[in-house]
Design a protein around this ligand. Structure first.
Ligand code: 0X9
Ligand code: CA
Ligand code: CA
Ligand code: CA
Ligand code: ZN
Length: 313
């Protein structure tokens, strides 16, 4: 469980219960399913929110993903806020109702349920980042945000040492959690066309809005034209103006290879962003803001989420 005083954060079981309740209470506009199981066998839920949720309609599809890194618990709360805002607000909030009627919103609140549960084991924060899959050398964990299949391990933006915090895994998508997310996104190619048009993967921390590519410092390169880059910069800058984060290309932070955003764009041409949430700076404590911050720091991204939904059209 979360340490005393931080009970406002959702454990895995509490997260699942919250998603079930949202789907039960709003059956017409919310449906709960799964992208698969984690290494340790936990279900990885996905929620779809749209009018006529049970029907695959011809509406732009938008994906929000959270908690790729175990200790980034604030992001689970971000995805839960998205679920609750677009279900509870339907019919009363005009903006929410408009998006639910014209978009298909998909939310995966935890991409790393094993790591997140391990991070709060014993009622103390463990400072854990990776998943909980054992490695050949006896160490544990793959960095899921280095394990995606686009240019995996290409560019010095990940580690080949299993015990390292940025271990890329034994092969691309060797982590079941990554395979599950990739397979689900691949499954949204319908009639030869990817249905997902826009995506945010929420992380903590540093208050940044980041866009591809992460594997190179070049703006324009194989897989990214000048016009495409300009679109990322335009939407990214406007989202950052709305929440007060700093916008930039991912690689301006540091080079990564195998991250989800490079894969989403490089493989599927999805307008894909990485948000680094509150706080702006800090040490290991930066991953553990008090639960009093959940409300303000998730609401802070409402306008950015709406900007993405608008631009998914
Ligand atoms: O390193 C990561 O995976 C992300 N930062 S975190 O502190 N949440 O671990 C940033 C990924 C964005 N991509 C690049 N910076 N290239
Ligand atoms: Ca508290
Ligand atoms: Ca619909
Ligand atoms: Ca559809
Ligand atoms: Zn992260």
């Amino acid at each position: 469980d979360f340490p005393a005083g931080d009970e406002g954060y959702h454990t895995y079981d509490e997260m699942v219960a919250e998603l079930r309740a949202a789907a039960d209470e709003h059956a017409e506009i919310a449906s709960l399913s799964s992208v698969g199981s984690s290494y340790e066998g936990r279900d990885m839920p996905i929620v779809k929110i749209s009018d006529n949720a049970a029907t695959d309609e011809d509406e732009p599809e938008v994906l929000f993903t959270c908690t790729m890194h175990a200790r980034e618990h604030l992001t689970t709360e971000m995805c839960l806020r998205i679920v609750n805002r677009f279900t509870d607000g339907y019919g009363s909030d005009e903006t929410v109702t408009g998006f639910v009627d014209t978009r298909e919103i998909w939310v995966i609140p935890s991409q790393n349920p094993d790591g997140a549960e391990f991070d709060i084991s014993g009622g103390e924060y463990q400072g854990w980042r990776k998943n909980r899959q054992p490695n050949e050398d006896g160490s544990v964990g793959t960095d899921l945000n280095r394990n995606f299949s686009y240019k995996w391990g290409c560019c010095g933006g990940s580690s080949g040492t299993p015990s390292a915090e940025t271990y890329r895994g034994a092969s691309a998508a060797s982590a079941p959690e990554v395979t599950n997310v990739q397979n689900w996104v691949n499954s949204r190619v319908v009639g030869g066309e990817q249905q997902i048009t826009a995506h945010i993967d929420f992380h903590t921390f540093s208050e940044l809005v980041l866009w591809p590519f992460g594997h190179t410092n070049d703006q324009v390169t194989e897989g990214m034209t000048e016009e495409e880059y300009a679109r990322f910069e335009d939407v990214g800058t406007r989202m950052a103006e709305s929440n007060g984060y700093t916008p930039g290309q991912s690689s301006s932070l540091y080079i990564t290879d195998g991250d989800i955003n490079d894969w989403m764009w490089g493989t599927h041409k999805v307008l894909s962003f990485c948000f680094e949430m509150y706080p702006a700076s800090g040490g290991i404590d930066g991953f553990y803001p008090p639960d009093e911050e959940i409300g303000p720091q998730t609401a802070r991204n409402d306008a950015a989420v709406d900007i993405l939904l608008t631009n998914a059209g």
